[in-house]
Design a protein around this ligand. Sequence first.
Ligand SMILES: Nc1ncnc2c1ncn2[C@@H]1O[C@H](COP(=O)(O)OP(=O)(O)OP(=O)(O)O)[C@@H](O)[C@H]1O
Ligand code: SF4
Ligand SMILES: [Mg+2]
Length: 368
Amino acid sequence: MVSPGSTVLCVTDLCVALHDADRVAHTTGTVSDDGHDVLSSAWRPAIRGVSFTVNHGEILSIVGESASGKTLSMYATFRLLDPGARATSGTVELFGQRVDAARGGEVVRKSGESRRRRVANGDDEWRATLGSRVGFLFQDPIGSWTPQFTIGHQAGEALDEHTDLPADEIERRVRDALGEVKLPKRGFGAFVSSLSRGEAQRAMLAAAIANVPDLLIADEPLTGLDATSAASVLALLRDMQEKRGMAMVFITHDLALAASFSDRIAIMYGGRLVETAPTHELIRHPRHPYTAGLIGALPMVGRDRLRPVRGSPPNLWDERRGCSFAPRCDFAADVCEDVPPSTVVGEAASVACWLQDELTLPGLPVGS
Ligand SMILES: Nc1ncnc2c1ncn2[C@@H]1O[C@H](COP(=O)(O)OP(=O)(O)OP(=O)(O)O)[C@@H](O)[C@H]1O
Ligand code: SF4
Ligand SMILES: [Mg+2]
């Protein structure tokens, strides 16, 4: 059991490197005395010092533009990285079990193996915790299922492996969960190839519901769903969270959705978390210029046109000296071009901007 208010997941200073396919060596180099891989020059830093916590019963949204590193950070957190990515440092504490993200941070994917199935393939203790207490709604609902097995079989896999429930009880739970997500009756015996994208996404949600997780990782769970299906998935997520006190990490590029849904928001830019704060505080009083830019870009009644943040985001693996937001920032000073700002962690919020104490940035009057 998780006691109210306790920390469910704590990620500290997580760094991930990506393999540069244009460089020759694909080896990880040597292994140092403390057991860490010493990566060759073919690896470039991509995720840089990501830290966040999620508490019991809390929804944390991670918001950022496409390719800012949201999914990559999550895969590194749970040791689900593809061979082209490596965690290079950081610690992850999940329900009190603390692991070094850079040791055993990559699980080799067998041919044809889906991301869901890979959850069951880490070391024993970690695998047991993921299988029994963490639910995943992956961004790619089709590729997340193994094509050769039925939905019903895969949705019941974690219960089968990590509980003593008899097979008929597992089947009942999975069928009930499939009913809750309004999948057609054939859902239990279907292969993923016969499901639409939206149905495959709702089947993922059913697998999570059947397993009753303490923590749900929902990575863009509404992508590809029509408005009605999206609303029903959102309602189901809320219901699960409220009734079961489940904690959730909700990953999205949609700040308005995150603001309507979460207790706290973490803003990701160029592989870093640049601002984390309680939702109302972040929307009313943003302290990072990128956050203020995202708020200014929200479509709203009374705004005659959209005001997107100018410029485009960096590639994660670009070499850069100063603040990665500087080329798009209206406030960039000399120091911003030369030295990356460190993250200042306050009681409830954290911000990485040299000028955070000097700027007064416009927000929106919410929650008052
Ligand atoms: N295993 C990998 N090997 C090489 N590059 C990778 C790997 N995984 C992710 N990347 C690259 O890292 C960058 C960040 O990817 P990520 O999937 O985290 O983005 P994201 O923020 O989740 O974006 P989106 O909102 O589009 O899902 C992308 O440019 C992606 O191509
Ligand atoms: S550190 Fe400088 S460039 Fe970066 S967001 Fe702050 S003011 Fe803008
Ligand atoms: Mg993603």
